[in-house]
Design a protein around this ligand. Structure first.
Ligand SMILES: NC(=O)c1ccc[n+]([C@@H]2O[C@H](COP(=O)([O-])OP(=O)(O)OC[C@H]3O[C@@H](n4cnc5c(N)ncnc54)[C@H](O)[C@@H]3O)[C@@H](O)[C@H]2O)c1
Length: 248
């Protein structure tokens, strides 16, 4: 498979390039504003400056600011797109949804299978543990730009009820915890690739379900699996998730 790697000079871009080499995928070209080639594939500073090359699937680990140029390349060329970048605004989300009516888009804020299982377990626990307070804690390295993490927000979506209130900062408040609140606390430090814990706190007992990514390669391998999945359904536009991939 020929992969186009967006954000190729970043931490995850390097991981995906390594995983491609190890798994027999070809990186056709990379795009990154740093434009620092480090392997055998060419690196362009933007999609508009690349030389009319094509590939089977684009894998994107960049920043939300890349979104327009990414979609301007993928949609007209009909290239399926794996989006792993996090931190999008609601306007960005709408653009991704519009694009997915024309091309196949896979999107997950976390490409690891383990986090997907954590999400399923947390959803089940939330349904069973009526009346428990739910608090999510996430930890990441000190270079991460967005907070809370996209994965923490995804976990929130999996445990929330119709009347839940997302709470990411209690400091301006001076009151007891509203039972409808679901808090997300973000820790930033060192080189932590990603830790997520969903806690269910009841009267006299608590249940903690957690996932710890010990190596970024799990995200890269997940992105390659998603690329294979999209290649298999390349003529079926839509917005696909880890749920779809696992079911198929
Ligand atoms: N879905 C997942 O499983 C998963 C896992 C890890 C990281 N992420 C997300 O992936 C993204 C990248 O993470 P990272 O740790 O590799 O970050 P990083 O900062 O190391 O890399 C981002 C790269 O994108 C490039 N870039 C930024 N703006 C650009 C632009 N306008 N045009 C071209 N290139 C541009 C930067 O030069 C940089 O090399 C983040 O949003 C992060 O949250 C997702």
């Amino acid at each position: 498979m020929n992969i186009i790697l967006s954000g190729c000079c970043g931490r995850m871009g390097h991981q995906v390039a390594e995983a491609c080499a190890a798994q027999g995928f070809t990186v056709r070209f990379g795009v990154d504003m740093k434009a620092e080639p480090y392997a055998s594939f060419p690196v362009y500073d933007s999609f508009s400056s690349q030389k009319a090359e094509d590939g089977d699937v684009v894998i994107d680990f960049s920043l939300p600011s890349c979104l327009d140029s990414l979609l301007d390349f993928c949609v007209p060329s009909g290239t399926p797109l794996v989006i792993a970048t996090t931190g999008y605004t609601p306007e960005d989300e709408a653009k991704i949804l519009r694009a997915s009516s024309r091309i196949a888009v896979f999107r997950s804020a976390n490409m690891s299978l383990g986090i997907h299982v954590l999400k399923l377990l947390a959803r089940k626990a939330a349904a069973l543990l009526d009346g428990f307070d739910i608090e999510i804690v996430e930890k990441h390295h000190n270079q991460k730009l967005d907070a809370p993490s996209g994965t923490a927000l995804m976990l929130y979506e999996s445990v929330k009820k119709a009347d839940s209130i997302l709470m990411t900062d209690r400091t301006p408040l001076h009151r007891k915890r509203d039972p409808r609140e679901i808090g997300i606390s973000s820790v930033r430090g060192g080189t932590v690739p990603g830790e997520h814990e969903v806690g269910f706190y009841g009267r006299g007992e608590k249940i903690l379900i957690s996932h710890s990514a010990q190596d970024r390669s799990i995200f890269a391998m997940g992105a390659l699996k998603a690329a294979l999945f999209l290649d298999g359904i390349r003529n079926r536009p839509g917005l696909y998730s880890m749920d779809d991939m696992i079911q198929l």
